[in-house]
Design a protein around this ligand. Structure first.
Ligand SMILES: Cc1cc2nc3c(=O)[nH]c(=O)nc-3n(C[C@H](O)[C@H](O)[C@H](O)COP(=O)(O)O)c2cc1C
Length: 133
């Protein structure tokens, strides 16, 4: 995934990015899906750079992404759910850029510094959200 350069060529050519990389295939899937799940570790209170890179690249399709249920799955080391508030605000602001893309659920995978430390409540919450979608 290359970084968005902010050249705005995509805004003048119907949504085609100047980069030729894997993101175009991901954007096609985002356009086609009914349910959008963003999954990221919390890095310095925000999205991990990989996720943020993809988010920035959705700019090419900003007027075309619509009518989806959205979910956010996060993990972090802190036991305090409030330490995820900045990322949650970013997620809500991001989906708010699109028409009828609605938050349907957030999993707060707190206290998971190492592999396997994810709490059972988080796994159950994710399972239930998937089951009810
Ligand atoms: C660069 C970096 C920044 C991080 N920043 C935070 C942070 O701001 N708050 C926090 O609680 N944990 C932070 N962590 C810990 C990760 O969020 C945590 O280990 C996460 O569960 C890793 O998810 P993964 O196992 O899916 O990679 C950070 C870890 C790294 C490597």
């Amino acid at each position: 995934m290359n970084f968005c350069l902010g050249c705005e060529v995509c805004q003048r050519n119907g949504g085609i990015c100047i980069h030729s990389d894997d993101v175009s295939g991901i954007l096609d899937k985002i356009l086609a899906c009914d349910v959008l799940v963003l999954a990221t570790p919390v890095y310095y209170y925000g999205f991990a750079a990989q996720m943020k890179t993809l988010i920035d690249r959705t700019f090419a399709k900003v007027g075309m992404i619509q009518n989806k249920d959205a979910y956010l799955l996060m993990t972090d080391a802190s036991p305090r759910q409030g330490d995820m508030n900045v990322l949650v605000a970013s997620y809500r602001s991001f989906i708010g850029c699109f028409d009828h893309v609605t938050d349907k659920g957030i999993v707060y995978g707190t206290g998971a510094m190492e592999k396997g430390e994810i709490g059972k409540e988080s796994l159950t919450a994710a399972y239930e959200m998937g089951r009810l979608t």
